[in-house]
Design a protein around this ligand. Sequence first.
Ligand code: SF4
Length: 438
Amino acid sequence: MELREKLEILADSAKYDASCASGNSERGGRGTARNSLSGVCHSWTADGRCITLLKILMTNECVYDCAYCVNRRSNDILRAALSPDEIAGLAMDFYKRNYIEGLFLSSGVLDSPDHTMELMIEAARKLRAEPGFNGYIHLKLIPGADQALIDRAGLWADRVSVNIELPSDRSLRLLAPGKTRETVLLPMSRIARRITEQREERRSLKKAPAYAPAGQSTQLIIGATPETDREIMTLSEALYDKMRLKRVYYSAFVPVMKDNRLPALPAPPLLREHRLYQTDWLLRFYGFKAEELLSEAHPMLDPMLDPKAFWALNNLHLFPLEVNKADYSQLLRVPGMGVISARRIIRARRAGSLKLEDLGKLGVVMKRAAHFVTAGGRYGGGKGTEDGIKTKLLDYKGTPGGGDGEPAAGGFEQPELFDGAAGGLSGDSLSGRLNGQL
Ligand code: SF4
């Protein structure tokens, strides 16, 4: 098989991995990156910089038979595999031509997890050994691989990740019988330990080699199994706390395979995926706990509302907050206020008491925040019932369909995260950062 044909097959097979955003398009750009090439996709660094990666599988052959996966053993598709030399050569060639700034390498399981990992590590090692290669490498690790291989992988890669895929052991046993929760969590905890140890080594010994300096991430498939949003976000919270994950990616289940163990969704639950990303953002940057946002009484997010508005409506007894007295962490919980506007309020009120009219100038989105704050004792929200406030806060104007909150065409309006001043993110750059951050 020609190298180009293999590349097309293996780039196409990699497109369902959300932990590196795919952005193939035929649109011409000003830059030199060629995003119409097979496998070339865009991703975002932690500081918001867009970089271009070659995103491929080493092979789409697999000894496992995960129900949801297009590469599963029992699926009759064209198979291909790249050798470590071919991967390093391709990546270096694209890198030299300025098509890419790095490599995202995942794989089906060839013979065994250890054998697959050996080959992937060798590809990364060869690429690193290429004179002039100073790019980014993200290696997807194979659950069940030996711990020594996990240790070696992190020495060549900037980021490593192990996909959990399904939120519970019960669902793994049902849909991915070759994997167990343990085979996924063990490498994760090994990576977390290596990252911590390596930081300590580097503190005492400056030349100690870096281990996965961009940290680790994982991916969860949303909607293929019956777990609630509460279960999913509780798991994510534990992963951030205990495994020191940089990111959890949520990937709406794409029904590409027919299997009676899978739900018959008419479309991927993209709106639910979006709400989970927003909730994840609240955990990481707004000081929320999963159990506050999703209780036993409300285990599912409201697809019509962003999760902060959903939380605020379930906690109306905490509002309205007086903006001249509330502390920073309280301000962050007001719908329509974000990190930047909350900071501006804290700074501005040192110079004098704030009025409602001042808040818009500080970046607060008053059409949302007005229902939850007072300024100098004045309330700007009018006399609203809970339902009345909810109607005003809706950022989704359609009827959730798709069996799971799939937005009707043109019905989904979420131009901003929580407010325009939440961090200056909006529109494409926001969804890019949310969905493709490295
Ligand atoms: S192990 Fe990975 S590639 Fe293999 S069938 Fe499962 S999800 Fe697909």
